[in-house]
Design a protein. Structure first.
Length: 246
């Protein structure tokens, strides 16, 4: 039987799919990084593999940091300095892991993915990714560093938004950008007004063209629209405990 894994690219993509099924996302990300570094434009399914891999790798660290921040506050309130020191040391370790992951994918996006993108859809996708990973870095930063990283995220989201005007208002990539950009305004920039205005505009514009959504994207588009509406409701009422975002 002839193998279909004829190239290193084929082997790495297969390994990424295998790692995804085994829920070994660090190895999935490494495999897709090698694919991205070939400087060939990724197909939609390959692009999604890359996104899923890094989203899970960074997502586990973000979840850990949220838990550790809660424990840090608890130990601080109890006045247990020895416990607090250990928690902060461990938290710094996880923050370093998250920072390395974000720096890793941001370099891949700048050096390889954006350089080989030809469609508006893929350009929006990668600029949005840049915004997202700068946002993740900003979450655990403070002071001038948080502000500097926030400005980089803002620039990436703005670049994505400019190109996204060429996509249909109901396009799931355009809607996903609006969802995450609005969360960035709310969480990182502390600007509820901008967050609500952005989310509401995206939702209202998409609603007007709801009947034009293709069958292929209907499920994804309507799901994101629901998340946008949920956030608008939360942000215009009481401060939310958590927001809906990727």
């Amino acid at each position: 039987m002839t193998s279909s894994l004829n190239t290193e690219r084929d082997k790495n993509i297969y390994l990424a799919r295998l790692a995804e099924q085994a829920e070994r996302y660090d190895e999935m990300a490494e495999a897709m990084k090698l694919v991205a570094q070939e400087d060939k434009e990724l197909q939609i399914d390959e692009r999604n593999l890359l996104s899923v891999a890094y989203k899970n790798v960074v997502g586990s660290r973000r979840a850990s940091l949220r838990i550790l921040s809660t424990i840090e506050q608890r130990e601080e309130s109890r006045g247990k300095e020895d416990h607090l020191k250990k928690v902060r040391e461990y938290k710094a370790k996880v923050e370093k892991e998250l920072s390395d992951i974000c720096d890793n994918i941001l370099e891949v996006i700048d050096k390889h993915l954006l350089a080989t993108s030809t469609s508006n859809e893929s350009k929006v996708f990668y600029h949005k990714m840049k915004g997202d990973y700068f946002r993740y870095l900003a979450e655990s930063a403070s002071g001038p560093n948080r502000e500097e990283i926030g400005q980089k995220a803002l620039a990436a989201y703005n670049d994505a938004t400019t190109i996204a005007k060429e996509l249909a208002p109901t396009d799931p990539i355009r809607l996903g950008l609006a969802l995450n950009f609005s969360v960035f305004y709310y969480e990182i920039m502390n600007s509820a007004d901008n967050a609500i205005a952005l989310a509401k505009n995206a939702f209202d514009t998409a609603i007007e063209q709801l009947e034009a959504i293709s069958d292929d994207s209907y499920k994804d588009s309507t799901l994101i629209m629901q998340l946008l509406r949920d956030n608008i409701t939360l942000w215009t009422s009481t401060p939310p405990d958590s927001e809906k975002y990727e």
